[in-house]
Every structure is written in structure tokens, then in C-alpha cells.
Design a protein around this ligand. Structure first.
Ligand SMILES: [Cu+2]
Length: 259
């Protein structure tokens, strides 16, 4: 028996996401043999969900909130053996994890060395790499160049360089629904979003800034992604802001506008 703390589904992802009455689901445990669909309710840190696997097989799972967060459960006959020992698998996982982190560190150093414009903020960064276990991802939940100093009348630009993770640029009051931009946001000719802030009391919310997902053959294309957000600041002042999704992880920044 395996204990899993992820959303789990082998059928239509969207259908399972909105249907907690998915076959097999009870309050905190379920059985899965590959013929149906199991999805947990939303789980937060510390909560668990138990799935029993009565049949051997290889079963994929995915988090319906973080679509690139996937895994596979290999269910073996009790007497079956794996090609490697558990220690070998643990060592391989640790090595892949270290390589992924080291690569992002290197990119970060190169980026900061080549950083020239005071008006530009990188909104997170990330990587997708392929391994024998499938794709693995890394996301840095930070505004890089998180405090910028500009002059009144200038425009700052935020760019999400994470291939997967959405972020927001949120000044003032955080909206209840973080997905759409606030009503005072317009679209520039190049598709980037744009707003004007004229007072430290103004509220502006970018909505989700994220690259379009990779398309899949046989499914409708995803719409164009919006990865850039611009704000023109007309008055001097100090303007703190957050990512509405990751501020509790420390994703915050500040714009200082000089006369
Ligand atoms: Cu974020």
C-alpha cells in the first residue's frame, strides 16, 4: 500500500478536477486499479490521502493545480524485484536534483552579470529538464532585481521567465480571484499588459502572467501566453508589491519612484 499526497487521475483531467464525486473517492482514502479515476480534494501541507493499489502496474499521477507536477507509482508483485536497490534510486534522485539546482544557479549568475536596465524585473525563473524518469522542473519564486529605482513618468516592465509557473504583480489590495487582471489594466500592441499608477493608494493587479503551456497533438491549441506586464508610474513614492500566489514564500518587491 502506498500513501500519496497528490491529486490522482488516469482519465480526463478537467473532469476529475471539478468532480470530487469521482468513482472510488472517499473522504481520505481510495482504491485504484487503473480502470477508473481517483482525485483527492485539495490538500494542504500536512494533509494525507491514502490510495490502495490491488493490481500490479505502472500508474501516472498529476497535481491538478500544478500540471507539470507528475509522478509514477510502480506496483509490483510481492515477490518481484527491481533492477536497482532503493539506495541506488535515492542516489540517482539526489544527483538529478543537485544537477538541476546547480544549472539554475549558473543561469542566475549569468543573468545578474548581464543585467543593465534599471526598469526591468524578472518575475521568477525556472527550468524543465528531461531525465529517464520523465521531465523535471525547477521554479525560483522570487522577483529578481526586486527593488528598482526609476523616475516619475517612466515605465517598469516585469517578465515571467519561468516556463511553467504563473506569477502576478500586485500593488495595493489583493483581489479575491487572482487569475484575471484588474479592470485598470490594458493590453499593449505586443500583447503585454499595461497599467498606470498615479498614487501610492492605487491598486493594480496583473492577473496570471505565464507562458502558454506546451501544446499536445489532438487537443485544441492553448491561447497565447502573457509573459510581460508594464506599469507607468506618474508620481514619486515607494510602491511595494507582491506576487499574490507566492508572497508567503517571500515573493515581494518594491518600486521606488524619484521625481
Ligand atoms: Cu509568484
Amino acid at each position: 500500500m502506498k500513501s500519496i499526497r497528490q491529486v490522482f487521475c488516469k482519465q480526463d483531467k478537467r473532469g476529475c478536477h471539478f468532480s470530487l464525486g469521482c468513482p472510488g473517492v472517499t473522504v481520505n482514502s481510495a482504491s485504484f486499479d487503473g480502470s477508473t479515476c481517483v482525485s483527492t480534494p485539495p490538500l494542504v501541507k500536512g494533509q494525507t490521502f491514502t490510495v490502495q493499489f490491488p493490481l500490479r502496474g505502472n500508474y501516472k499521477l498529476v497535481c491538478l493545480v500544478h500540471e507539470n507536477m507528475t509522478g509514477v507509482v510502480h506496483v509490483l508483485e510481492p515477490a518481484a524485484t527491481l533492477p536497482l536497490s532503493q539506495k541506488d534510486y535515492d542516489d540517482l534522485a539526489a544527483k538529478e536534483s543537485a544537477l538541476l539546482l546547480a544549472d539554475a544557479d549558473k543561469d542566475q549568475k549569468e543573468n545578474s552579470a548581464h543585467h543593465h536596465s534599471a526598469n526591468v524585473v524578472k518575475v521568477g525563473t525556472g527550468e524543465v529538464v528531461a531525465t529517464a524518469g520523465g521531465s523535471q522542473t525547477l521554479s525560483v519564486m522570487r522577483f529578481l532585481n526586486d527593488t528598482i529605482v526609476i523616475h516619475a513618468g517612466e515605465t517598469a516592465e516585469w517578465t515571467n521567465e519561468d516556463p511553467i509557473t504563473p506569477h502576478t504583480i500586485t500593488f495595493g489590495t489583493e483581489p479575491l480571484n487572482p487569475v484575471p487582471p484588474s479592470a485598470n489594466v490594458t493590453t499593449d500592441a505586443d500583447g503585454a499588459l499595461h497599467a498606470t499608477i498615479a498614487s501610492v493608494f492605487d491598486s493594480v493587479h496583473s492577473g496570471f502572467i505565464v507562458a502558454a503551456p506546451q501544446d499536445r497533438i489532438g487537443l485544441a491549441q492553448a491561447p497565447v501566453g502573457v509573459t510581460r506586464f508594464r506599469i507607468t508610474f506618474t508620481k514619486p513614492g515607494a510602491y511595494p508589491y507582491i506576487c499574490a500566489l507566492h508572497d508567503d514564500l517571500g515573493m515581494k518587491g518594491k518600486v521606488i519612484v524619484l521625481p
